[in-house]
Design a protein around this ligand. Sequence first.
Ligand code: SAM
Ligand code: SF4
Ligand code: SF4
Length: 314
Amino acid sequence: MKKILLSPYTKLVKEHHDMWKTLRKKGVIKIPLPLYRALYIYKKWLAKKLTVRAHKKTGRFLSLHIDTYTACNRKCNFCFNHDRFPSKKQGIMSEAMWIRIIDELADMGYTGKLSPYYYGEPLLDKRLHRLIAYAKKRLPLCFIQINTNGDLLTEERLLELIRSGIDMLKVTDYGNMGIPKDTPKSKISEQSKRLKYLAEKYPLYIYLRSWKEINLMNRAGAIFKRNNPRKNESCQRPSCQLIIDWEGNVILCCNDYYSDYKLGNITEDSIINIWHTPQLQKYREALESGKREAIKLCAGCDCIGILDKNYVLW
Ligand SMILES: C[S@@+](CC[C@H](N)C(=O)[O-])C[C@H]1O[C@@H](n2cnc3c(N)ncnc32)[C@H](O)[C@@H]1O
Ligand code: SF4
Ligand code: SF4
């Protein structure tokens, strides 16, 4: 017990000493730091335990993506936002729908990972801190994470998000990827410096990587074709991860960019009913037994089907 609790606590205190002091000074943390840090570790431990237990007992999802804002300011060449792909219907999820989803999750006691983004750039959404604050209030144990290109990330915005209850920003430095060719080099290097500065100052909240470090997937065969090593591999994504698009459709997987595989809509049925719908169950059975070819979307997909527990559960 001592080993499990003390080791992450020591890391949290020692390695992030300056960050804690800054957050306390800026009024982001209002209670004494030792108490805050102890609560932080305890909540993470509890959330993980409850999430895994619910998944094992009822087959409930471990993580979910909610597409709150579809647009992105970049057009990376390994992403559906690139010009070579037909654009899909763009939109913004209404706050009423967001509240409805969060309330439903709170009613079922959801404690897993919550990701309010999909193929858009979440920092373009000016409501983001408000959406996160509501989610954190109703789902205090959930781990809330966004992935972002960091183009709009300033220290002020970051502190606003931390105050709202965000747990992690996975920031990818895309350099000159997907932006106009005439963008000055100085602007790109300033951006990299800013992201590095923020990641070093707030190490617990920012995980920074370069786009070159992305383990690129072919997004169900759409982004690039290659000799598919995972053709007959089991895929458990639809058994672990729930995806809701901006119009409230529950879709098969995070590679279903165009929402072709709609399993239900949250304005017409409960999330949990849709999660257990027979059609989705049929897909799961095929995919778990490695029959990717049985589903058109999945036939050419090279995505790793067994989700890394650390990815799913922070
Ligand atoms: C689609 S993006 C949306 C969020 C945000 N705009 C961003 O880029 O972080 C979500 C995540 O997918 C990653 N990504 C994009 N294309 C990918 C690909 N072909 N394979 C694997 N990951 C990819 C991005 O780096 C990002 O971390
Ligand atoms: S920044 Fe993210 S969402 Fe936008 S094009 Fe690049 S990978 Fe896609
Ligand atoms: S095989 Fe690929 S497209 Fe199909 S559910 Fe799994 S990850 Fe998604």
